[in-house]
Design a protein around this ligand. Structure first.
Ligand SMILES: [Zn+2]
Length: 348
């Protein structure tokens, strides 16, 4: 089968490797229909985080090709959404809604030995707990793109909003206008925010999409200037809830500076050289929650919202290609020519 293999900084190559088979009785193998490139894959592509020379990618939807003998809820032929982490769905952490901390869990395509999603086939451990079986059939391309977004970005943006405890009528600040930040805007809107201020780039296509998703204000300056601008927009109060969707030091510094006293920063950007100020946050009663999003916990709710037409997270995909063009899919995002790249791998 064909699979994208990470070859080192700046290089991804499609290679023929053996098709995966079920190893454990709780495994399934999924034939990938759509996959995509994540902002967190760019940490490897840019040489910032290490990744071995192996399969990569962790966002995919597809059709179940085979199942192990202990798989009960998922059957061959099911059309499924795979969250970026696998989980049994039954351990105490899963039951508490934190499937990314599952005691039998792990992550796809992050170099720890599990298959990557930018491939024709993926072995999915803990299939019953992991895979979300999509009801119905005959979905439009737009709908499929939105289902794909539920494998990570949309669920991650939603986790930022849930972690920041966004409530009806809140003024919400979203730090970052990448695919996760944009999904955070959709999520804040879904949870009833009345004002959504995006602190992001100078890319107008991102601003347009942010506004389409519900953003009311855009701040495209950075650092202290961005903090001052947000304070001006909120009459010196700050944001009721802050979604940190980047992970850099600057983004975190900004996020904690714009949180009003008593607010929570919901963080989903993987922190890189970030220090959270213990004193400043203490004296303003600012808290934080968040981490790797338990996307599996949110899929049903977000799937229903997609089917109702309340959200269209698939709109974040502004570059569509196939697996053979994986290098370009990464480069388009690396060079910020695309918000997010979608890969057509096969058809349902
Ligand atoms: Zn678990």
């Amino acid at each position: 089968m064909k699979a994208a293999i990470f070859k080192g900084k700046g290089k991804i190559e499609v290679t023929d490797i053996p098709k995966p088979e079920t190893k454990d009785p709780t495994d399934a193998v999924v034939r990938v229909v759509l996959a995509c490139v994540c902002g967190s894959d760019l940490w490897y592509f840019r040489g910032i985080s290490p990744h071995p020379e192996s399969t990569i990618g962790h966002e995919f939807i597809g059709v179940v090709e085979s199942v192990g003998s202990d798989v009960k809820d998922i059957s061959v032929g099911d059309f499924v959404i795979a969250p970026f982490a696998y989980s049994d769905g039954t351990c105490p952490h899963c039951e508490a809604g934190f499937q990314t901390a599952c005691t039998h869990g792990g992550f796809f395509g992050m170099g720890s030995g599990d298959d990557g999603g930018q491939s024709e086939y993926v072995r999915v451990p803990q299939a019953d707990g992991t895979l979300f079986k999509v009801p119905g059939s005959d979905f439009s391309e737009d709908m499929l793109a939105s289902f794909l977004a539920l494998s990570d970005v949309m669920g991650t943006g939603y986790h930022a909003a849930v972690s920041a405890e966004v409530e009806e009528g809140d003024t919400v600040a979203v730090v970052g206008d990448g695919a996760v930040g944009l999904s955070g805007v959709l999520s804040a809107k879904l949870l009833g925010a009345s004002r959504i201020i995006v602190l992001g780039s100078t890319h107008e296509n991102r601003h347009d999409l942010a506004k389409e998703f519900g953003a009311t204000d855009i701040i495209s300056v950075r650092g202290d200037e961005a903090v001052a601008k947000l304070m001006e927009l909120t009459d010196g109060i700050g944001a009721d809830a802050v979604l940190e969707c980047v992970g850099t030091k600057e983004a975190n510094d900004t996020a904690f500076s714009i949180a009003r006293p008593g607010a929570l920063v919901g963080r989903v950007g993987v922190p890189h050289h970030v220090e959270i100020p213990a004193e400043a946050t203490f004296f303003r009663n600012v808290g934080m929650k968040g981490g790797p999003a338990p996307v599996r916990a949110y899929i049903q709710k977000l799937f229903d919202a997609v089917v109702r037409g309340d959200i269209t997270p698939g709109d974040v995909f502004d570059f569509k290609t196939d697996l053979d063009n994986i290098q370009e899919a990464y480069e388009m995002m690396d060079q910020r020519k695309a918000i997010k790249s979608l890969l057509r791998v096969s058809t349902i």
